[in-house]
Unconditional design. Structure first.
Length: 128
């Protein structure tokens, strides 16, 4: 059972990391559709690289086992900014605005399942 929990956590974390890495690399390389999407959200084109750098640094902190909780906290802040951005431009709720929350659930859910210390700190209780 513990092995299944651990592997489920690793898979959830890997999915989040792959998505966020893809997003960060697109920003760092300043790929035209990424820059266009960012400017459509109200960000100057010159800030895309910086945003990608911040995202990548948060992601590295999450991937390193010793700083994974800090990385998850930092990534939560980053994703909160994405939520605020989508709210500000009045994007659709479930497909755009809440998408960063879905990613955050993978980030925290994966970490929760991988880290026994985090599970002890936030115990999941089932009422009978």
């Amino acid at each position: 059972m513990q092995t299944q929990i651990l592997w489920t956590g690793r898979i959830l974390s890997a999915l989040a990391v792959l998505f966020l890495l893809f997003d960060a690399v697109g920003k760092l390389l300043e790929v035209a559709p990424v820059v266009e999407g960012s400017t459509a959200l109200g960000y100057p084109a010159g800030t895309v690289f910086t945003i990608g750098t911040i995202e990548l640094l948060c992601l590295v902190a999450y991937v390193v086992p010793g700083t994974s909780v800090l990385g998850a906290v930092l990534m939560t802040g980053y994703l909160g900014g994405a939520i605020a951005t989508h709210l500000r431009v009045e994007n659709p709720l479930f497909t755009h605005t809440l998408f960063p929350i879905y990613v955050a659930l993978f980030v925290w859910g994966g970490l929760f399942l991988r880290d026994a210390g985090l599970r002890a700190f936030f115990p999941w209780r089932v009422r009978h």
